[in-house]
Design a binder for this molecule. Structure first.
Ligand code: NAD
Length: 318
């Protein structure tokens, strides 16, 4: 049985990926997570009885701690662990440098030391910066132009991956996905915030004019893409993973109101985020041509599943 080390598996995408892998493969998984405010062990509680699942609390930004935690060899490390919220990176960038840059470097050193055959860095479309309304979506050749400390830390990590591939010829990949949505996401992010505020009859905070555009990718489609990169990715390659579903933030909010049957929901306009990127869109042609991946879940279907999950979670608490 091959072994995977999943970092950040108590967070949103990592937990969904663990679920996907346990269901669709026979890999054994070690979930290594520092359990920051963004983690939720409830996301992975259901795997605790499985002999294919193990949890280790560890901060990847702490080299000694990581070395002590890496007691065995893995087929691959998949690095989801990161500080992931842009607003927090503006308020205090230091944890982003620690986890996103030092953490990635420590994992690369572990691969160099022979602790894993392969590593996949889970990066983001935000490293490419912002698009104007009529510009074509980002490809893997678009220049890196991060506009906030979060995306800058992710871009720096991507450059470290590139450098370890070029210098040491390690088996490495980078994936850059668009905005994910789905079950188990932290309430600080747009879609869960709107759903939970709606369910609790609270006002919905909206940045600026609501016209910012994001490309939405259902998390399960993302997990399937990462699995393909794990099995068939060419060493050193970057793969963009987009949902091809661009939506203005205000449209997303209105679609959620409709799904939840809310007619009158109050929107609270809040001052725009500093340096707010206007539009992200991503061209996934390469992963389609090379690995045969394309998104399968439409925005509406994904939104239905996501709303159902948050509604059920609310019901469980009652
Ligand atoms: P998240 O914030 O929900 O979860 C991050 C997890 O990483 C948490 O469980 C946290 O405890 C853990 N973590 C943070 N610092 C750590 C450290 N130093 N050591 C060990 N664990 C640590 O994030 P997410 O939304 O699941 O994102 C996962 C990855 O995907 C991130 O790298 C993010 O940059 C990338 N990404 C996210 C999106 C998105 O829309 N959510 C889009 C593109 C890329």
């Amino acid at each position: 049985m091959r072994k995977l080390l999943i970092t950040g598996g108590a967070g949103f995408i990592g937990a969904n990926f663990i679920s996907y892998i346990l269901k669709n493969t026979n890999y054994e998984i070690t979930n290594l997570d520092a359990l920051t405010y963004a983690a939720n062990l409830e996301n992975v509680r259901k795997f605790e009885g499985s002999d294919r699942y193990h949890f280790v609390k560890c901060d990847i930004g702490n080299k000694k701690e990581l070395e002590l935690a890496l007691t065995q060899k893995y087929y691959a490390i998949i690095n989801f662990a990161a500080e992931s919220h842009v607003d927090r990176s503006i308020a205090n960038p230091y944890p982003f440098i620690h986890s996103n840059i030092n953490g990635t470097l420590n994992l690369l050193e572990a691969v160099l030391a022979g602790k894993a055959y392969k590593m996949i860095q889970i990066s983001t479309d935000e490293v490419y910066g912002s698009l104007k309304p009529n510009e074509p979506p980002f490809t893997e050749h678009s220049p890196l132009a991060p506009n906030n400390p979060y995306s800058a830390s992710k871009a720096a990590a991507d450059m470290l991956i590139r450098s370890y591939f070029k210098t040491h010829n390690l088996v490495l990949n980078i994936t850059r996905s668009s905005n994910n949505f789905g079950p188990m996401q932290h309430n600080e992010k747009l879609i869960p915030k709107v759903i939970t505020n709606c369910l609790n009859d609270e006002k919905i905070p909206l940045y600026g004019d609501g016209q910012d555009i994001r490309d939405w990718l259902y998390v399960e489609d993302h997990c399937r893409a990462i699995h393909l990169v794990l099995e068939n990715g060419m060493p050193g390659e970057v793969y963009n993973i987009g949902g091809a579903q661009e939506k203005k933030n205000i449209e997303v909010i209105e679609m959620i109101f409709k799904k939840l049957g809310k007619e009158v929901v109050q929107i609270l306009k809040v001052p725009d985020r500093k340096g707010h990127d206007r539009r992200y869109a991503i061209d996934s042609t390469k992963i389609l041509n090379d690995l045969g991946w394309k998104p399968e879940v439409t925005f509406l279907d994904g939104l239905t599943r996501t709303c159902e999950w948050y509604c059920n979670k609310g019901n469980e608490r009652k």
